[in-house]
Write a protein that binds this ligand. Sequence first.
Ligand code: NAI
Length: 336
Amino acid sequence: MFATRNAIKIAARSFSTASPLQSKVAVLGAAGGIGQPLSLLLKTNPRVTELGLYDIHNTPGVAADIGHINTLSQVSGYTAKDQDGLKKALEGAELVVIPAGVPRKPGMTRDDLFNTNAGIVRDLAQACAEVCPKAKLLIISNPVNSTVPIATEVFKKAGVYDAKKIFGVTSLDLVRASRFVGEKLGKITEVPVVGGHAGVTIIPLFSQVSGLSLTDAERDALTHRVQFGGDEVVKAKDGAGSATLSMAYAGARFADSLLRAEAGEDVLEWAFVRTDLFKNEGLEFFSTYVKLDKNGVKEILPLPQNISEYEKELVKKAIPELKKSETKGVSFVGNN
Ligand code: NAI
């Protein structure tokens, strides 16, 4: 009892300083497996002043529920049945997080979701381009390697594209890799993960972790586990979806990074963004080290000079896969 009261006091204290910035965050797909815990975590973030939740159904319940948490932000929830519901959720948003769409079932690849999710992301991006063209877009819906190019093309068509503001959220790969290595080292650690967000395009850079020494077999096994870690969750959930709770954590972390950058902090993150790093290979999107500021991407850093030969090979293998997914996304908007 004492511990609980004490915890409440501490929480109230930490939320008692009003954020100097108005930071409305919209979540599209807010009633889903990721959307609900993500909205919950965003409600507990003192930098968020308003939450606009949208889903095709069930959003008012989610909004009413988390709206009772005693932090300073206001929460409103809209569904497709509300007149201008999507518009109301988006109006004035600083960040728009998109986990709308279907998740994988056992045996599916992320690309198998393309047919359903491509149209969902296109339509939601279209609404963002109209209502809050200056907001930062955080795309979680899979396949990220295609949905980010889709949102980009929509913004280009609408004449409001700013490469600094569209992000594919690949933080879960980093969170997973960091946990797997941290478990081994017995301490909290951070493993950079670059490339994309599907199978062999996910490239953990173990070479960048100080104090980590792996045999070739251990390195191969750990790399495979990071690349296919999502499958462990899909299998364990046995048809009930893919990672939701760890994804919500990773998404909330990335949103917080952008809000901290918005407030003037120097923040370094890893995200799937438009970059010239692989221009010579004809590739436009890659997940890499990104310095953030209030406008979104401040600077894209090259891969570290000292990555291993093994990691260089992984990058080479990822490029054609990434290109295929990118082209598929771009063509989808061109043809539809
Ligand atoms: P879910 O099915 O539990 O929730 C998706 C929600 O989107 C549902 O509530 C649904 O009503 C809503 N929705 C569908 N169409 C919509 C539309 N047009 N407008 C607004 N809302 C719409 O799925 P879950 O588990 O939350 O996953 C969502 C997406 O996130 C999937 O595509 C999944 O593959 C992806 N994902 C991405 C990860 C990443 O690392 N980037 C990790 C895990 C999942």
